[in-house]
Structure formats: structure tokens, C-alpha cells
Write a protein that binds this ligand. Sequence first.
Ligand code: ATP
Length: 302
Amino acid sequence: MSSKYHVVLSGVSKAYAKQFAVNNVDIQLKAGECVALAGHNGAGKSTIIKLILGLIHPTQGKVQLLGHDVSSRSAAQIRGQIGYLPETVALHPSLTGAETLAFYAKLKKQPLANNPGLLSRVGIAQAAKRRVGTYSKGMRQRLALAQALLGNPQVLLFDEPTTGLDPASRQMFYEIVSELRNQGSTVLLSTHALAELDGQADRIIVMKNGSKIADGSMSELRQQSGLPIRIRIALTPGSESAGKLPPVWRKHNESAYDLHCSEQDKVQAICSLGHINGINNIEIHTPSLDDMYAHFLRREDV
Ligand SMILES: Nc1ncnc2c1ncn2[C@@H]1O[C@H](COP(=O)(O)OP(=O)(O)OP(=O)(O)O)[C@@H](O)[C@H]1O
């Protein structure tokens, strides 16, 4: 296996009784890459994260982490290289933030000296001496993130990390993800919140009923989906130019007209408007991640 991959799943399936939670999935995660796992409830996202953590073992196939088979004894040594933020974090309410992080640092055999810096990094240094029971959901999630960052792990697994976070906390979270990528760590995060991934994830893997149904960067997914781009022009009210528009332009309302075309035809479509006077505005709407996600799920239903 090439060392540029931190995590490799090869033909991995996980069955409970006769039900496949994950079905014949191949995933490769490179060093310094942030990959999002998207899918509805029950799609298999948490199961993939648990397989990488070695908490459960595949029914079929192989999971490799930093060059080791996760099921092998040698994998125990590299567990300290993984940071994990579970979907639901149970923190003891009567411990302070600082005590909680000290507890996890001891479990991970990490020096306590780095803890104040970590609490500042996630923005809760001022609440370090307060009991966790008095923390808001966002503060608890920040503290849980700090424990995942203990020891500068090479692989970070975040299960729905931004659920319930306010915009400032989400922004802080993605700033940390960006730092982690820059330092060469691999980040895998599961999410339902696709819209917020734009510009944050290098790649998106779409799961459905345990199978991988799409895998690529935003622009690759856009191309694979073949979803059209919508160009909308607004004409000066009362303008006679509408009559000169090629028939492919459809009327949207009294002054606006739409054209649906592929990414490749976009420039030509705009150039063909060169002889039309009285264009007030041009809007280009490219398919969003939510549009593409819905498309991939529908395609599988057909
Ligand atoms: N321990 C288990 N025993 C039996 N079935 C399980 C077990 N864990 C998961 N499953 C089933 O496997 C499927 C995938 O579950 P998983 O938790 O991986 O989905 P998910 O994509 O993380 O969903 P969510 O977004 O709701 O967290 C589901 O049908 C679930 O019921």
C-alpha cells in the first residue's frame, strides 16, 4: 500500500444478522485530505467510522489505517494517532472543562502542558474552570473537539461534528479542519449538512443503504451528475429585445428569461446574447451540493 494513503477500505462489508450496514465499499483517504461522508439516516456513515476506529470488524474486506490492518495486533500502537469526535458526546457534568481534558489526556498518555493551548484553540479557555454542566451545547462540542485533537492525530474522524452548532462555532470548526489539512492530517467527517461543505471538503462520498453511490470533488460530482446550469437574464421592462432571443430561452416572468445548459455550453450561451440590447442583469445558478445529492439518491432509486 502506498504510504500517501492514511486510510484504505478495500471491499469492506459489515452485516448485522442478514442486514448489510455497509456493503462492499472501497474508500481511500490521502494524507492532508478532508473528505465528507454524506447520506441519510442509516446509510452506513457511523459504521464506516467505527470500522476505521477498529471498534467493530468487517464481515468481509480489509480496513488499513496508517499502513496497518486495523484488526491486527500492530494496529493497537497506532490508535493514539486517531482523533475521534462521536456523534453524541457524554461529558461528566460535574468536572470542569480543564479537568475533562486532563482526564482524556491521561487516557491518551499525552502531556497535560498542551491542554491550555488546546482549550484556547477551540475558544473555551475562559470557561476552563467552570463545570461542564453549565456549558451550552456549542461549548460542550468545542470541548469534545479539543479531546479529539489531543496528541495532534494524523487521522481525525468526526461523526456529525457541526450538528446543533451556531454559525460562529461552525466557522471555528472548519478553521481547525483547514489547519489540520495544512499540517498533513486526514479528516473524515460525516454529515447531513451538505450546504456547509462547499469549499471545506476536498471530496464528498455519498452513501445510500450501505453502498457508496458517488465519490468526487464538487466539480467532479457536478460533471458526473450532468445537472444543468441555469442562466437567467433580466431585460429592461418594455424592451423589444425579448423577441430577438433564440427560442431556447424560456420566459420566467415579464422581464426575466431562463436557459438551461451544460457547464461546457455556458460561455457560448452568454456570447450568443452579444446582439441583444437592454440586458439589465445576468445570473448563473450552478447546481448546489444539495441538488447533486438529491440527484444521486434519485438516480439510485430508478
Ligand atoms: N449494532 C448494530 N446492530 C444492528 N444493526 C445496526 C447496528 N449498527 C448499525 N446498524 C444498522 O446499520 C445501518 C447503518 O447504520 P449507521 O449508524 O452506520 O448509519 P448512519 O449513516 O450513521 O446513520 P445516522 O445518520 O442516523 O447516524 C442502519 O440500518 C442501522 O440500523
